[in-house]
Design a protein around this ligand. Structure first.
Ligand code: 5GP
Ligand code: MG
Length: 183
């Protein structure tokens, strides 16, 4: 059996650190969305693990929905986005919360926000588990309303995040060994 842990150079966030941050965010989001019946939109696929943990800490009724936009190929974003699967809820006049795994260059989130705003929600906020502000593309002024952890400029995997579709099921967030990309 192949051990994925051997490809990890450094564990950046442990399972315990991840869960304690989610509990903290959960308290804030529960208060913010009490009695608002928000639509919580997950941006697939990277968000699935964070999404499943996060919604269970938002202790007020909510509706779940997902969007799938064109994926990040390898370690470099092409910058080109397309909606592969749209939300199914009618979000006009609804309070919408986007959950994202990571806010990197900002291409994905800018695209997602613009797309969802065109549907005229009552409000639209962003909660990203990870933020890499150093990587932001010039001209992106968008900011996340809620951030789990701000991390340095490194390519991370695990907890939903992949490298060529691998490592999403690691329970922690780690930095890959450089030789893994060079293979
Ligand atoms: P952005 O559009 O902000 O550049 O990137 C957003 C998407 O790129 C994320 O949802 C994620 O899929 C991917 N991404 C950005 N940084 C990383 C990273 O460090 N590791 C992994 N695995 N994916 C990343
Ligand atoms: Mg993503």
């Amino acid at each position: 059996m192949e051990n994925m842990d051997k490809d990890i150079q450094q564990i950046l966030l442990t399972e315990e650190q991840i869960q304690s941050k989610i509990a903290e965010l959960g308290k804030i989001l529960t208060e913010e969305y009490a009695d608002k019946n928000p639509v919580i939109v997950g941006v697939l696929k990277g968000v699935v693990v964070f999404y499943a943990d996060m919604i269970r800490q938002i202790k007020t009724p909510c509706q779940l929905d997902f969007m799938w936009i064109s994926s990040y190929a390898g370690a470099n974003s092409s910058g080109k986005m397309l909606v592969r699967q749209d939300v199914t809820a009618d979000i006009k006049g609804r309070h919408v919360l986007i959950l994202e795994d990571i806010f990197d260059t900002g291409n994905s989130l800018s695209f997602t926000v613009e797309h969802l705003l065109s549907k005229e929600p009552a409000s639209l906020k962003i909660c990203t588990f990870l933020d890499k502000p150093e990587r932001r593309k010039p001209g992106v002024t968008l900011q996340a309303d809620y951030v789990g952890y701000t991390i340095p400029n490194a390519f991370v995997v695990g907890y939903g995040l992949d490298y060529n579709e691998k490592y999403r099921n690691l329970p922690y967030i780690g930095i890959l060994k450089p030789e893994v990309y060079e293979k």
